[in-house]
Design a binder for this molecule. Structure first.
Ligand code: ZN
Length: 151
C-alpha cells in the first residue's frame, strides 16, 4: 500500500501535479521529526555547551571568541586549534544591526560549537560590550561610537 502510494506520487511529479496530490509540507515535517528522533542524545558536554550558548545569547552577547584547549586532556582536533582566538559574531545581535561590528571570522551558527564534536574540550568566551571586543572587529562607525562613550 505504502509503496503504491510512493510510486503514484513519483509518477505525478514527472507530469503535472494532480489536484488531489498531497501537499508537500506535512511530509517534510514528518521527515524532520523522524530525523530528530533518530539523532543520538546529547552528551553532557553538549548539554553544557547549549546551556552556555542560550544563557549568553539571552544575556545579549554579541560575539564569542574560540578558546582552544590543547594538551593531553584537551581537544585534539587540528581544525579547532586553527580556530583558536577566532571571533565569531552572534547573528542578529544589536551591535551588528546598528552596523557597529563587522562579520568577524564568521557567525557562530556557521561552525560547530565548542564541546559539540566528540573529544572537543574547547570553549567560547562571550563578549557583551563593544569595548570588550578586539578593535579589529569593530567597524569605523563602531570605533566612533566607542570613542564617544569613552569620553
Ligand atoms: Zn575542540
Amino acid at each position: 500500500m505504502k509503496l503504491r502510494q510512493l510510486f503514484s506520487f513519483v509518477g505525478r511529479r514527472e507530469s503535472e501535479p494532480a489536484s488531489d496530490a498531497p501537499p508537500m509540507e506535512p511530509e517534510r515535517v514528518s521527515l524532520t521529526k523522524r530525523r530528530t528522533a533518530a539523532r543520538r542524545p546529547l552528551t553532557p558536554f553538549q548539554k553544557i555547551a547549549l546551556d552556555h550558548e542560550s544563557t549568553a545569547v539571552n544575556g545579549g552577547a554579541i560575539a564569542a571568541k574560540w578558546i582552544w584547549r590543547g594538551g593531553t586532556t584537551g581537544c585534539y582536533r587540528p581544525e579547532h586549534q586553527a580556530r583558536d582566538a577566532a571571533v565569531y559574531i552572534i547573528r542578529g545581535n544589536w551591535a551588528l544591526e546598528k552596523g557597529l561590528i563587522g562579520h568577524g571570522d564568521g557567525f557562530t551558527d556557521e561552525t560547530t560549537k565548542p564541546l559539540e564534536e566528540e573529544g572537543c574540550r574547547c570553549g567560547f568566551q562571550y563578549f557583551y560590550n563593544l569595548r570588550d571586543l578586539p578593535e579589529d572587529y569593530l567597524t569605523a562607525k563602531g570605533k566612533k561610537t566607542l570613542a564617544k562613550v569613552r569620553v
